[in-house]
Design a protein around this ligand. Structure first.
Ligand code: ATP
Length: 361
């Protein structure tokens, strides 16, 4: 199945496992997903949310309990992994330690009975794409972690798969290399013009690499959207918290006009943004620490308030503060430094104050 495709479609894909007590545990609960040719999709969520299970169902390493997977008009969940022919890259590289880089990359082609000359040509081309020319004769153990992961990527793409599946491929690398490799993987994806599905629990990775992010929790999809949509308009409080809306505060909802809401807590009033119709009563309001601005005392107009600094986590260019605002405790990131006990004036734009149904309601 080495042809390209227009659409991969997961239709209500479910997968259960039997736990040690013999009970069925649902790892995936009715996953629907469309992936278009050329797209880079990130499956994002906390450990245990079912990301790897979803990837393994697509690859054919996990059978489905129910549902179906289609590549255009072909139903593929009934096919064994080798018939699907997708490229896979794992966290631990999974290279053959006693084979040279060139032989590792050519392995999949050898299994497919491709001639030695063509294997050598295609493997060299794949190594060019991952920028490892000159390392052909080395053993994996003679390469750095980042180089080994490039070999694993070359091995996955040399078979010219319609789809490349990656499961936390950068987790074993140090921070600097991880950030470098994000760009590299994106570049390789762009040159291949196929589709990539990329599993990660790291929101920065998903935001910086993906065309669309699928946010998962407990085996179900919480939101599918572009990085900007997920970051700025999380569909619910779970997603909001996961992408960094660390402040969740309870308010009373007042008037709502064109999604602009008046929020009250004691004598404090904030203006926020509703993402769905909400009735009057308690609501949960989410704000990112980095969306507060520090202003001159007494100049804050709309959405300004005074707050007393309780703790300072000094970070050089900026500091993370825990402050006491009139409506509760908050984390706020500000440029520079602040003193414990100091009173600051802070402000936050109304479209950065997101209003959700009250937690637990
Ligand atoms: P992580 O990032 O930790 O790998 P994940 O989001 O990829 O997490 P999965 O590995 O898909 O999550 O696991 C989802 C759920 O299914 C978990 O509760 C896990 O314990 C369970 N699970 C996964 N594989 C098996 C298995 N082979 N047998 C039993 N339970 C499993």
């Amino acid at each position: 199945m080495n042809q390209t495709f227009q659409q991969l479609r997961l239709d209500a894909v479910s997968r259960s496992f039997t736990n040690a007590e013999g009970q069925a545990v649902a790892a995936l609960k009715g996953l629907d997903l469309d992936v278009r040719r050329g797209e880079f999709i990130a499956l994002l969520g906390p450990s245990g949310c079912g990301k790897s299970t979803a990837l393994n169902c697509i690859a054919g390493l996990n059978a489905l309990t129910s549902g179906g997977i289609w590549l255009d008009d072909t139903r593929i969940d009934v096919l064994p992994p080798e018939k699907r022919g997708f490229g896979m890259v794992f966290q631990n590289y999974a290279l053959f330690p006693h084979m040279s880089v060139l032989d590792n990359v050519g392995f999949g082609l050898r299994m497919r009975g491709v001639s030695a000359r063509e294997i050598s040509e295609r493997a060299r081309k794949a190594l060019e794409l991952v920028q490892l020319v000159g390392h052909e004769r080395k053993l994996p153990g003679q390469l750095s972690g980042g180089q080994q992961q490039r070999v694993a990527i070359a091995r996955a793409i040399v078979i010219e798969p319609p789809l490349v599946l990656m499961d936390e491929p950068l987790s074993n690398l140090d921070t600097k290399l991880r950030i470098e490799m994000r760009g590299e993987i994106r570049r390789i994806h762009g040159e291949l013009e196929r589709a990539t599905i990329y599993v990660t629990h790291d929101q920065d990775e998903a935001l910086s690499m993906a065309d669309r992010i699928v946010v998962m929790r407990e085996g179900a999809v919480q939101q599918i959207g572009t990085p900007r949509e997920v970051y700025r308009r999380p569909s619910n409080l779970h997603v909001a918290r996961f992408v960094g809306y660390r402040n969740v505060v309870s308010f009373e909802l007042g008037a709502v006009v064109d999604a602009r809401a008046t929020l009250k807590s004691g004598a404090s009033v904030l203006r926020g943004t509703t993402l769905e119709p909400l009735g009057p009563g308690r609501v949960s309001v989410a704000m990112r620490p980095d969306d507060f601005e520090r202003c001159e005392r007494g100049t804050a107009d709309e959405n300004g308030f005074d707050a007393v600094v309780e703790t300072v986590e000094y970070g050089g260019r900026e500091s993370l503060l825990r402050v006491r605002a009139p409506f509760g405790a908050l984390f706020a990131r500000i440029p520079g430094d602040a003193q414990v006990g100091e009173t600051l004036s802070l402000r936050i734009a109304p479209d950065r104050v997101l209003v959700y149904p009250a937690e637990g309601a």
